[in-house]
Design a binder for this molecule. Structure first.
Ligand SMILES: [Zn+2]
Length: 338
């Protein structure tokens, strides 16, 4: 009775109905990242009655998150709560019928299989392509669909990728194209987040309620400020796609993890993504976020978070002021882009 009340408007929506509602209650999803996209995704899915919503995030709540990360408030900032914990508390209050499982962790090659265990669908709430390719490859290897979403500035994109049915993320986006254009360098406005996450949620709801015939088969991209919308229709997988054609799953091969090293006793983590860095370009980009010191051999930028980044032309970046690898990766993703 109470349950019918709660979901009455959703049950009245014919393509879902009572049968769809029961299906939702029986499903498990994993959301990777509980930042801007993750909070909107989790809010929708928990309210919709998805039976088990698991999510993982490595960061804690900061003041600059409140503009767009809708599950957090000023108390979470002053307590510096991990996002996964703050979100779990909030979501469980919103719907006590469903299981909400927040996990504080960096999602890596080592733990992604465990995090994905038993889930029907994975949703991308990350801010970097390193983790997205890891999700893509792990999902295609295990036959689990994933819903991609990305947002920066006033632009967003989204698609559902279904192993054996559609091409994968790698068929559209090549690896290693770091441009420094992240939400922390050129910003993002919150309506873009809501729309990307809503596009993701729609495909998730269709998938979880077995409405597979109406699943959107395209990568949608838009610029909300300019009101441009563009849809790239899915065709076949790329012949040489290492994931969905060759089944090599490069992100599961371990190369990337080896590129991150904590330099013991120096409060420094080194990340080397193997891509040369043009110091002039990076000095220019990073000057927008902090004071930059440039020498012929390196550039150094003082971050407002307290740490310093030191970039070398051979592709190495040092994150000084922390020994915590996940913190360092998080700052790297924020300012350099993975
Ligand atoms: Zn592919």
């Amino acid at each position: 009775m109470g349950k019918i009340d709660r979901y009455s408007r959703q049950i009245l929506f014919q393509p879902i109905g009572e049968e769809g509602q029961q299906l939702l209650a029986s499903k498990r999803v994993l959301i990777v990242g509980m930042g801007a996209l993750g909070t909107v995704l989790a809010n929708h899915l928990v309210r919709a009655g998805v039976g088990h919503v698991r999510f993982a995030d490595r960061d804690y709540v900061e003041k600059s998150n409140l503009q767009r990360q809708m599950l957090f408030d000023e108390d979470d900032v002053s307590e510096a709560l991990p996002k996964a914990i703050a979100a779990q508390k909030r979501l469980q209050k919103i719907n006590s019928d469903v299981t909400v499982e927040g996990i504080v962790t960096d999602v890596t090659l080592q733990n992604i299989a465990e995090l994905m265990e038993g889930v029907d669908l994975v949703l991308d709430g990350t801010d970097n392509f390193q983790t997205r390719f890891l999700i893509n490859d792990a999902c295609y290897k295990n036959g689990i669909p994933f819903v991609y979403g990305g947002a920066v500035s006033s632009r967003g994109m989204s698609a559902i990728f279904i192993p054996g049915v559609t091409p994968c993320l790698r068929c559209f986006i090549g690896g290693g194209n770091t441009t420094g254009q992240t939400c922390d360098t050129i910003g993002v406005i919150s309506p873009v987040i809501d729309i990307v996450a809503s596009f993701q949620t729609i495909e998730a709801l269709k998938y979880l309620t077995n409405n597979h015939d109406v699943q959107r088969k395209s990568l949608i991209t838009f610029d909300l400020w300019k009101h441009h919308i563009y849809e790239m229709k899915f065709t076949k997988s790329k012949e040489n796609c290492p994931t969905c054609s060759l089944h090599e799953y490069p992100a599961l091969q371990g190369d990337v993890e080896q590129s991150v090293t904590s330099l013991c006793g120096r409060e420094t983590v080194q990340i080397n993504m193997g891509q040369k860095l043009n110091l002039d370009d990076w000095a220019d980009r990073l000057s927008k976020i902090g004071e930059v010191t440039k020498t012929p051999f390196l550039i150094r930028v003082q971050l407002s978070e307290g740490e310093r980044l030191v970039l070398f032309p051979d592709g190495r970046t040092l994150i000084q002021g922390t020994e915590d690898i996940s913190r360092a990766k998080s700052l790297y993703a924020r300012y350099i882009g993975l």
